[in-house]
Design a binder for this molecule. Structure first.
Ligand code: MYR
Length: 131
């Protein structure tokens, strides 16, 4: 159900979230307009993700419940897992530099893909439309 190519349409509180992550204002301004596009291919419990933005293109493979490493677009390294809970994907990732936890979810809401983020008490959302 998550399969397809999703293009970011709008964000909520994303600047505040990035600020909490320690990202400077210049990078935050660029990140607000990153044209993020995510292609999701799920086969059973395996996912292949193609990420593309003004920052980079990147391929990611993971299996539900299996820990993997990922670098955020600003270079922050994290390690964690995605799990499926009902119809929702729930991710829990620890930053390698300070061990603090970033949680994220993906859910389909009214035909849109809603990704939520939480870091140290600050919540944000990015909402994607199917291409
Ligand atoms: C994926 O499923 O797309 C790959 C794994 C994602 C892991 C964590 C995603 C958090 C992204 C937060 C971006 C915030 C930049 C400060």
């Amino acid at each position: 159900a998550f399969n397809g190519t999703w293009k970011v349409d709008r964000s909520e509180n994303y600047d505040k979230f990035m600020e909490q992550m320690g990202i400077n204002v210049m990078k935050r301004k660029l990140a607000e307009h990153d044209n993020l596009k995510v292609t999701i291919e799920q086969t059973g419990d395996k996912f292949h993700i193609k990420e593309s933005s003004t920052f980079r293109t990147k391929d990611i493979d993971f299996t539900l419940g299996v820990q993997f490493d990922y670098s955020l677009a600003d270079g922050t390294d994290v390690s964690g897992t995605w799990e499926m809970e009902g119809d929702m994907l729930k991710g829990k990732f620890a930053r390698k530099d300070n061990n603090k936890i970033l949680t994220t979810t993906r859910a389909l809401v009214g035909g849109e893909l809603v990704q939520s983020y939480n870091y140290e008490g600050v919540d944000a959302k990015r909402i994607f439309k199917k291409q």
